[in-house]
Write a protein that binds this ligand. Structure first.
Ligand code: RIB
Ligand code: CA
Length: 313
């Protein structure tokens, strides 16, 4: 990738503690330009994820980025949120003022379509929540498909965190994930195999605190809440900042090792609904459709995050 040009991205998200860190990473890194932020129901109801996105943009001083509210329900299934991980607000922990920044009048699906159709085909979609908006946009206007440069998804994996087989973003709306994974658009997938390498251990947390600005303080407060369940319930050494991995990939793909594999989405299994069925050995003979990330260069990743946080004054 030509590193002299900024990579244009639209972040579709459900903030969400790790979504917030992904937005902050994108908001002050010279390698990416955030064209828009769209919100979806996921970690919390879409009204809450939208309010959280507005609060994050206002705190970070990136108020010029349009925020558009999206789908409040999955395509088929009943809504499922994650208050056990993210709290009732979707972003419990830090207390932020009610934002003066207003949400766009345009629905997120329409904004995605308009931005893509007006583009030169140089926009990367970065969905880090359930894929409802992306699927709806693809169905409403199929002409956007060749206009999408790449989709960098946080979701899936060879194991699950919501069921033994399914990761949350895919599980909430597996039908939407099926539409996206079968679209033919280039996809890079940051599944749990990768994002569980992006854990904010105590030494990393100390580096974040040492940045000593208001954004680093906000990230610290996010992590204090977000890490609790991962440490106390799952026995992790800290919180995995899943969604930041997608933005980091857009900033510097050399920090990631990937394999082009066939990935299909299970939408029927009693025990496997929402599973990303990854054909590791190529036994299906089906055309590989996803760049699956498996390795993270920890030094590049954490240095990128710390340096970007320092860019906020
Ligand atoms: O499974 C982790 C994913 O689900 C992350 O995107 C997190 O924000 C939640 O949306
Ligand atoms: Ca998310």
């Amino acid at each position: 990738m030509d590193t002299t040009t900024k990579r244009k991205i639209i972040i579709d998200c459900d903030p969400g503690h790790d979504d917030a860190i992904a937005i902050l990473l994108a908001g002050a890194n010279p390698n990416v330009e955030v064209i828009a932020i769209t919100t979806v129901a996921g970690n919390a109801e879409v009204e809450k994820t939208t309010l959280n996105a507005l609060k994050i943009c206002e705190l970070a001083g990136i108020t010029q980025i349009p925020v558009a509210k999206g789908a409040g329900q999955p395509l088929i299934r009943e809504r499922r949120t994650a208050p056990d991980i993210h709290g009732e607000s979707g972003m419990d922990g830090p207390l932020l003022p009610y934002p003066s920044k207003k949400v766009e009048n345009e629905h997120a699906v329409d904004l995605l379509i308009h931005k893509l159709m007006a583009s030169a085909g140089d926009i990367t979609l970065v969905p880090v929540g359930p894929l409802t908006n992306i699927a709806m946009a693809m169905r409403k206007e199929p002409a956007i498909l060749p206009k999408i440069q790449e989709i960098v998804i946080m979701g899936g994996g060879t194991f699950g965190n919501t069921t033994p087989a399914a990761e949350f973003n895919i599980y909430v709306d597996a039908e939407a994930a099926k539409v996206v994974f079968e679209s033919g658009v280039p996809i890079t997938m940051m599944g749990l195999d990768l994002t569980h390498q992006a854990i904010v251990t105590d030494d990393i947390h100390e580096r974040i605190l040492a940045v000593d600005n208001h954004i680093a303080q906000f990230v610290h407060e996010l992590l204090e809440f977000f890490a609790h369940t991962y440490k106390e319930v799952f026995g992790f050494a800290g919180a995995p900042i899943h969604d930041a991995c997608c933005v980091a990939y857009c900033i510097d793909p050399t920090a990631f090792g990937t394999k082009k594999l066939r990935v299909d989405i299970e939408t029927k299994g009693e025990h496997t609904y929402g599973m990303t069925v990854i054909d590791l050995l190529g036994v299906t003979g089906r055309e590989p459709n996803v760049n699956v990330a498996f390795t993270l260069d920890q030094v590049k990743f954490w240095d990128m995050l710390i340096q970007t946080l320092k860019n906020y004054t």
